[in-house]
Write a new protein. Sequence first.
Length: 397
Amino acid sequence: MKIGILGNMANNGYNNAKALRQAGVEADLIIPSSTMELYSSVEWEEGIFGPEIDATKFNFKMAVDAGKLWERPGWVKYYDNNDWRRRDVRTLTRFFRTLEFYEFVRQYDILELHVPFAYTAPYLNTPNMIYDAGWGRYFPRGKKIVDNLTAKGYAKSDHIFVTNIDMWRIFDSLDYIDKNKVSYMPFSVDCEKYQPMDTTEIRQNFADENTLLLLQPSRQHWEEKGNDKVFKALKKITKSHDKVTLLAAEWGKDIEKSKKMINDLGIQKNIIWFKPVSKSRLIQLFNCADVILDQFPEPSDANQIWGPWGTAALEAMSCGKPLLLYYDQDGIDRFVKEGPPALRSLSVEQIFENLKLLLESTALRQEIGSKSREWIIKMHSPKVVAEKHMQVIKKLI
């Protein structure tokens, strides 16, 4: 049996392929040039590329040429399909290049489709599974042709993997989707890569041993990440504990709003900004931090978000770090059954109170951090992800 994973948004495809291969399953990752960006290259996940690469100037050739910098696995296939979108290429040529691609993927017994390739599902002669890592929040409400094609793909696909625990509401509401073909798939976390490590020397660049170091890796997007709540909670903490520093991600649509709020709150000296970093560097930051803060969005039907968690939160827990986040309890009950040992927080007051608890107890931080790693190994390890894949695949082929 041979599995083809098409697309690699946020390197989820790469991590799934690795999980399956570790379980002895032949799986290839196909990354078409039409979707190639810096953060979907496997080199970003492996630390070959870092922040020295300008994401706005990154291109497919740079990704291909990076194979000279390391021993890229042979099962990673960079596929050039840019002719699909080039208007200077004759329509007939684009048509035959599309046929070539469909012929290429026919070598696989089953396909896993990552964003945006759900739209191909109706046109494949191969059993296929859609891997939804959040796209379902957008296409049902979209008006573009690609949104309509994606909806048709979800309707025609043989199975749909849902990774965001709060998105059951969306799939329950879509009458064109067979609910029996929807199942939960945890994000795959490499627990050997994301593990506790000594970063004492690196940590000295951010804080001394008496300072509580916080990290929020989420981009600045208040509606989806709740960064503003973190800044307000930090202001409350500094009134009684001045030696607190927050490492905050310096990118996202609301970066200027965040900087203005920090200035208005007068907590500039408690903030250290960091640009996008490679995964190897992010692992160091996780281990430097005493507490990780993930996402705190207000549950909203209008925004189609009710409490997901991101891969960064899971990777931080795998490093043995205590975590604050807000998650959908109904999603836990439906999909996961056993929730994470994280401190569930939504309001500014809840974030403040839970931070205060962790600030004042090293033992509690260590206890929650240890339990967090155990939970990740049990719920999100590559072994678990591979097993869940095979349970579905065996029913489809």
